[in-house]
Ligand binder design. Structure first.
Ligand SMILES: NC(=O)c1ccc[n+]([C@@H]2O[C@H](COP(=O)([O-])OP(=O)(O)OC[C@H]3O[C@@H](n4cnc5c(N)ncnc54)[C@H](OP(=O)(O)O)[C@@H]3O)[C@@H](O)[C@H]2O)c1
Length: 273
């Protein structure tokens, strides 16, 4: 082995150049940072979200900055037919589907008795069934090429329930059950399935949560943000890019023996072992 060559390497080659990556719900926040992360590695990227103008702004910027193919389509991830059409369009445009990051907005912040049955149904649609829809569509492509990566973007709530987020705490656990089951069933086909759980990460979603907490606790939004930062051993909020970097690495050749896992990107917020 050429040791000099090993020691001289000052970067980690992720082996992602030319791969086709779908990132769901990716016009803003962590999804957007993830789409950008794959583009920076030379992947061809497919993005989606509901709002056309925000999606176009994000996809145009990524296309220009990284000189890579970016396909963007508006859709609601809770619409199974729309997800079917989107994945088929990605396969037609790029010839394959190799990486799929599932994502969606988060459910509203509520305690158990405040959450209606309709809230529960919506949370299941948004954060569980949307993951099922994407997995059902992408797995057959991945099986045919005997290579695939599915990464679900969920929350620290998959390991440690968050106060007033009972919908997220309960529904995201089902995603982890799905991730482990898919990892077991499709490992033989070269498909790796993992889950990434962010802690408090500076995005619009967090601003919304701070607003509802501030109203409920009669504290300013600034105090809410400071308390979240203080809770993590790293004493700050996360940056969407820090979550995105973990997702991109998990999709890469450098994480080729990792499947069925949940990895938290939370600055140490999770208090368990
Ligand atoms: N930020 C945090 O601190 C944090 C912590 C733990 C977990 N999470 C979870 O991580 C995920 C991403 O959070 P984020 O902070 O990046 O959120 P964000 O900044 O609010 O971005 C959400 C993205 O998802 C899209 N989206 C939302 N609902 C959609 C739908 N039904 N169909 C298609 N696209 C949809 C939005 O675009 P459109 O509105 O145009 O559709 C937007 O691009 C959420 O599930 C959130 O709960 C976040």
């Amino acid at each position: 082995m050429d040791l000099a060559c090993l020691y001289n390497r000052n970067f980690m080659d992720l082996g992602l150049k030319g791969r086709v990556a779908i990132v769901a719900a990716s016009s803003q926040g962590i999804g957007r940072a993830t789409a950008e992360g794959f583009a920076a590695e030379g992947c061809r990227v497919a993005m989606c979200a509901r709002n056309r103008s925000t999606l176009d702004q994000a996809s145009d910027k990524i296309r220009e900055q990284y000189h890579t193919d970016v396909f963007a389509e508006t859709l609601d991830v809770t619409d199974a037919d729309a997800v079917h059409g989107f994945v088929a369009a990605v396969a037609t445009k790029f010839g394959k589907v190799e990486i799929c990051v599932t994502n969606a907005g988060g459910p509203p912040a509520k305690g158990f008795l405040a959450a209606t049955i309709e809230d529960w149904r919506k949370a299941v649609d948004l954060n569980f069934l949307s993951t099922v829809y994407f997995a059902r569509e992408v797995i057959p492509y991945m099986q045919r090429q005997r290579w695939g990566r599915i990464i679900t973007l969920t929350s620290i709530s998959t390991k440690q329930p968050v106060a007033d987020l009972v919908l997220s705490n309960a529904v995201r656990a089902a995603v982890v059950g799905l991730v482990k089951s898919l990892a077991n069933e499709f490992g033989k086909d070269g498909i790796l399935v993992n889950n990434v759980g962010p802690g408090y990460t500076a995005t619009d979603r967090l601003k919304e949560l701070a607003k509802s907490r501030s109203a409920a606790q009669a504290k300013s939004e600034k105090e809410i943000f400071e308390a979240w930062a203080a809770d993590a051993p790293l004493k700050r909020l996360g940056n969407p890019k820090e979550v995105a970097d973990t997702i991109v690495w998990l999709a890469s050749e450098r994480a080729s023996y990792i499947t069925g896992q949940t990895i938290l990107v939370d600055g140490g917020l999770y208090k368990g072992l």
